[in-house]
Write a protein that binds this ligand. Structure first.
Ligand code: URA
Length: 237
């Protein structure tokens, strides 16, 4: 990056408007390479100059957003103590991304990854009730009684927990189900079934809010578009 005006740089880092950045400079709260700066028109080079505002180092971090079709056999973390493969290794980027929420080691399907903490908080915050749709295979056909119990609510970790819907993928086969959950506690789907004595054998997240894997194969990913983000923010922000 070339030279850029100091006030423009401060505002691009997202901490203040251009005018507010001028005020910060005037008030002597901005330090460039160890020296307090009060000169309004100063230009800096963000790649080499060290800018500190109110004691905090600044850096423009371009936000990136990916949608991965997670394959089995990958952990949803940035690092793994047991040296297993992580989902981060599937994405080519020089940005410090992290997964949004979590899918289990052998769960497949929609996984978002980003370096935008605010986006991640927004989409995972329980109060936003963002729908997640899962395709599930359980170890025996579900009874009608249990199906309605999971939709009216049961107690998990002392919290009322439920699925919004449970459909049969095939009417003739009650072990393959499609369930909708509005929350993303760890192992939520497995724990819901486990609570009534069923084991989950296969789990795939088909949809998270409006995001689906479409024609991505396992392990493939794409960037989320500006329009998709705009739509998301119109719904939840
Ligand atoms: N619920 C689970 O139990 N596991 C997942 O991976 C996702 C939701």
């Amino acid at each position: 990056m070339n030279q850029i005006r100091l006030n423009k740089y401060i505002s691009e880092c997202g901490i203040a408007s251009r005018r507010k950045a001028d005020e910060l400079i005037e008030q002597g709260r901005v330090v460039v390479n160890g020296k307090t700066v009060r000169e309004m028109g100063m230009k800096i080079n963000p790649s080499v100059d060290n800018i500190i505002v109110d004691g905090q180092s600044l850096r423009i971090e371009n936000k990136v957003y990916f949608l991965l079709n997670k394959p089995k056999g990958f952990v949803t973390t940035t690092k793994d103590d047991k040296k297993r493969l992580t989902v981060i290794e599937l994405i080519k980027t020089n940005k410090k991304i992290f997964p949004v929420g979590r899918l289990d080691f052998n769960t497949t399907g929609v996984l978002l990854l980003t370096n935008d903490g605010e986006f991640s908080n927004l989409i995972t915050h329980p109060s936003n009730k963002v729908p997640r749709i899962y395709k599930v295979k359980i170890d025996r056909p579900i009874s009608e009684e249990h199906r309605s119990k999971m939709m009216s609510g049961l107690t998990l970790d002392r919290k009322k927990s439920k699925f919004e819907s449970i459909e049969f993928i095939k009417e003739s086969n009650h072990v393959w189900l499609r369930v909708t959950a509005m929350e993303g506690r760890n192992h939520f789907v497995k724990n819901m079934f486990q609570a009534l004595g069923y084991n989950v054998l296969e789990l795939e997240r088909e949809k998270f809010d409006g995001f689906t894997v479409d024609n991505l194969k396992y392990g493939e990913y794409r960037k989320i578009t500006k329009d998709e983000l705009k739509k998301f923010y119109e719904t939840y922000a």
